[in-house]
Write a protein that binds this ligand. Structure first.
Ligand code: ATP
Ligand code: MG
Length: 252
C-alpha cells in the first residue's frame, strides 16, 4: 500500500524499503528496527559512528547468511525479498559494493562480469557493447585481466567495485565506503560513476564517514544510523552538521 502524506499526496514509491528490520549476528542483536526507503534515480547517504551497524545493514539487505533477520521485512520493487538467497536478490537488481572487497582466486574480473551480466539478463551483445565503455570509463584496462581483487590495492578494489556496478546497472546499489582509501584522482572517477548510475535510474546508497564524497555526489537524503536504528533523516546539511559537530550533535 502506498503511503499518503498529511495533505493526502502519495509518497514517492521506494524501490527498496525496510520495515522494522531487526538483524542479529552470531546471536547478538545489531539492528533494532531499521526503517529505510530508497528512491529510484536518487543518491542517499548512510552515516553513523564505527560499529553502529551500517555494514550489517548492507549485508542483511544483500542476503548474507550470517546476518539473520529476526523481525521485519525488506521490499524490493514492492516484492518481499526478506527470505530470498543473495543470488536471487542480485538477479532482481540488488548490488552490494563491499567495504572490504574479497579476493577471489581463479576467476578473472572480465570473466566474472561476463557471467554476472548474463545473470542480470543483459544479452551477450549488450555486454560486448557496454564492457569496453566501462573499461575505459573506470580505467580498468589492466585490472580486468587479473583475478578478481587478488593483489589489487585498496583504491583499485574500490574502483573495481564501481566498475561492476556501472556495468550491471542495478536497480539498487549499496556502496559500503566507496571512498575509503581512494586517492583524489581515482575518487573523481568513482564519484562520476556514482552520479551516472543515479542518472540512469539506480537508487544509490552511499555508506560513508566523510561528507567529502557527498560534496561530489550530492545526496537527496542523509540517514544517520546509531545503535542499530535510524535516529536522524535530513538533507545534505545533516552531513555538514556531522562534519562540524560530530555524531553527538545528531544523536537522540
Ligand atoms: N560477523 C560478525 N561477528 C560478530 N560481530 C559482528 C559481525 N559483524 C558485525 N558485528 C558487530 O556488529 C556491530 C556493527 O558492525 P558493523 O560492521 O555493521 O558497523 P559499521 O557501522 O559498518 O562500522 P564501521 O564504520 O567501522 O565500518 C559491531 O559491534 C561489530 O563488531
Ligand atoms: Mg562498516
Amino acid at each position: 500500500m502506498r503511503k499518503l502524506d498529511l495533505k493526502g499526496n502519495l509518497f514517492p514509491m521506494a524501490i527498496l524499503e525496510t520495515q522494522d528490520l531487526h538483524v542479529s549476528v552470531e546471536g547478538k542483536p545489531i539492528l533494532n528496527g531499521v526503517e529505510l526507503a530508497l528512491e529510484e534515480g536518487k543518491v542517499h547517504a548512510l552515516m553513523g559512528p564505527n560499529g553502529s551497524g551500517k555494514s550489517t545493514l548492507a549485508f542483511a539487505l544483500a542476503g548474507h547468511p550470517d546476518y539473520r533477520i529476526t523481525h521485519g521485512r525488506i521490499l524490493l520493487a514492492g516484492e518481499d525479498i526478506t527470505h530470498l538467497p543473495p543470488d536471487q536478490r542480485a538477479k532482481r537488481g540488488l548490488f552490494l559494493a563491499f567495504q572490504y572487497p574479497p579476493e577471489v582466486e581463479g576467476v578473472k574480473l572480465r570473466e566474472f562480469m561476463r557471467l554476472a551480466c548474463g545473470d542480470q539478463g543483459h544479452g551477450f551483445c549488450e555486454f560486448q557493447q557496454l564492457y569496453p565503455k566501462a573499461i575505459k570509463h573506470l580505467s580498468m584496462d589492466e585490472l580486468a585481466d587479473r583475478e578478481l581483487n587478488v593483489g589489487f590495492s585498496g583504491g583499485e578494489k574500490k574502483r573495481a567495485e564501481l566498475f561492476q556496478a556501472w556495468l550491471l546497472r542495478p536497480k539498487v546499489a549499496l556502496l559500503d565506503e566507496p571512498d575509503s582509501g581512494v586517492d583524489v584522482d581515482a575518487f573523481k572517477v568513482i564519484a562520476r560513476a556514482i552520479r551516472e548510475l543515479a542518472a540512469a535510474g539506480t537508487a544509490v546508497l552511499i555508506i560513508t564517514h566523510y561528507p567529502r564524497v557527498l560534496e561530489h555526489v550530492p545526496p537527496a537524503r542523509v540517514f544517520v544510523l546509531n545503535e542499530g536504528r535510524i535516529t536522524q533523516t535530513g538533507g545534505p546539511e545533516l552531513a555538514r552538521t556531522i562534519e562540524v559537530e560530530g555524531f553527538k550533535a545528531v544523536q537522540r
